[in-house]
Design a protein around this ligand. Structure first.
Ligand SMILES: [Zn+2]
Length: 446
């Protein structure tokens, strides 16, 4: 029988730059190739297309895949579970080193295609295969990849199950257990339970929110929060600005619906807002609409803001980039008085996002909020729920699919430790069937 190992390439010492290789005999499936956003000071509005992979590796910004040359095997396929940059952002820098197709769901594949096309240094010619949730891809004679529908803070997210002769290896990066999503369907629980009955050899799981008690609230709750803040007020004549994750199509749709309820025209502002919204329209997750303005380029954003000022702020609901206070994003420029949109006393600014807890974000966000407050704006903070599973969601997944081995990933030692506690409470034991691995290590599981 062929031996099976899990190679932790990136994302095992940190949140970000995810890359995991699963080796079955001499055949390898690579899961995700992501960037670590805070290391290149990029967010949704910046790109690293002009940087070389070796520089990015030495900065710790992308996975150090040099360890792959010591692994005895050949990469047969690369698969990505969703379109966040910490899962697909290094494809354009690393994928060309492997002669293997890239498999992803249609929305994710479209984003990967854009990443590849905007790359300035490397030519990535790997075939790109769009495969929907519920479908399978034959990698070799005895290896098959299956996508299983799940929910997260971006549409078209899946678990990847690699079917091997010794059972399935499930890669669960990232997910939330959301039974009432506002876009797309709930996770495919019946398939997951079935997998559990058939036999899951290993689960590789994210640990981002493993330290947070309880369950992650459904996106429906976030929608209610957004609607409550936007429509539940007597202050209907003031200017209102909303900022959120531009890749969070479900959330943006909820904000757009609320705008219509308020009798205001929704306007999407910022380069990444345009990018993700157009991708959603192309892949059927959003509809083209005549009463929705989408402006990406700075010139067009500024023109739209000027028009809003001249026609009346109360007629519009601008939805913009800049929830982390990113310099150069639309909200920062508005707060700094760099556009024609005048923030006045009593205008409301809604952050439909939490602060990603990095010192740089905390500081940038503080600056933007202070500038807005100095102009008299009212701030509505954290109108948001997370897209990552919390403690009881992790416990539930373990019980549902009952894996033989568990490998915490997408986190640091702290979040892995927090996950370990959940696993031990569920009957696993460290070193026997739950394994802590660090970047650069290969774990032989069978
Ligand atoms: Zn994600």
């Amino acid at each position: 029988m062929k031996d099976i190992s899990i190679i932790a390439v990136g994302g095992y010492d940190e949140v970000g730059r995810n890359m995991t290789a699963i080796r079955v005999g001499k055949d390898i499936l690579v899961m995700d190739m992501g960037v670590r956003l805070d290391r290149v000071q990029i967010h949704e509005d910046t790109n690293v297309e002009c940087m070389h992979s070796s520089d990015l590796i030495s900065m710790g910004a992308i996975p150090n895949d040099s360890i792959m040359s010591n692994v005895d095997g050949r990469v047969r396929a690369i698969a990505c579970t969703h379109g966040h940059l910490d899962h697909i952002g290094a494809i354009s820098k690393l994928a060309h080193r492997y002669k293997a197709p890239i498999v992803a769901t249609p929305f994710t594949a479209d984003l990967i295609d854009q990443e590849i096309k905007s790359e300035k240094i490397f030519r990535v010619n790997n075939p790109l295969i769009a495969m929907s949730a519920g479908k399978r891809y034959q990698i070799t004679e005895d290896l098959e990849l299956e996508f299983i529908r799940v929910q997260h803070s971006i549409v078209d997210c899946v678990f990847a199950a690699l079917h091997t002769p010794k059972g399935a290896i499930v890669y669960a990066n990232d997910f939330k257990i959301d039974r009432s999503p506002t876009l797309g369907e709930a996770p495919d629980f019946s398939r997951l339970r079935q997998l559990g009955r058939e036999g899951v050899l290993a689960l590789i799981t994210e640990t981002t929110n493993a330290g947070i008690s309880g369950k992650t609230p459904s996106e429906q709750i976030a929608k209610d929060l957004v609607w409550d803040v936007l429509t539940g007020t007597e202050e209907t004549k003031s200017g209102v600005l909303v900022t959120t994750f531009s890749s969070h199509i479900a959330r943006i749709r909820a904000i757009i619906e609320a705008a219509r309820k308020m009798g205001r025209k929704p306007v999407l502002l910022g380069r990444s807002m345009e990018k993700y919204w157009n991708t959603a329209v192309r892949t059927g997750y959003a509809e083209k609409s005549n009463d929705l303005f989408v402006c990406g380029r700075r010139k067009n954003v500024d023109k739209a803001l000027k028009r809003i000022m001249s026609e009346g702020k109360h007629k519009y609901l601008p939805i913009m980039t800049g929830h982390q206070g990113e310099t150069g994003a639309t909200l920062s420029r508005v707060a700094g008085g760099e556009t024609d949109y005048l923030v006045e006393s009593g205008d409301r600014v809604i952050f439909s996002a939490g602060i990603i807890p990095q010192p740089m974000n905390i500081s940038n966000r503080h600056i933007v909020e202070t500038k807005l407050k100095m102009r008299g704006a009212r701030i509505y903070d954290n109108v948001h729920v997370s897209g990552h599973a919390c403690r009881e969601d992790h416990w539930e997944l373990l019980r549902m699919i009952n894996p033989e081995h568990v490998i915490p990933s997408h986190g640091n030692l702290v979040s892995h430790g927090q996950y370990l506690q959940i696993a031990e409470e569920t009957g696993y034991s460290l070193g026997t069937n739950v394994h802590l691995v660090r970047n650069g290590q290969e774990l032989i599981i069978n």
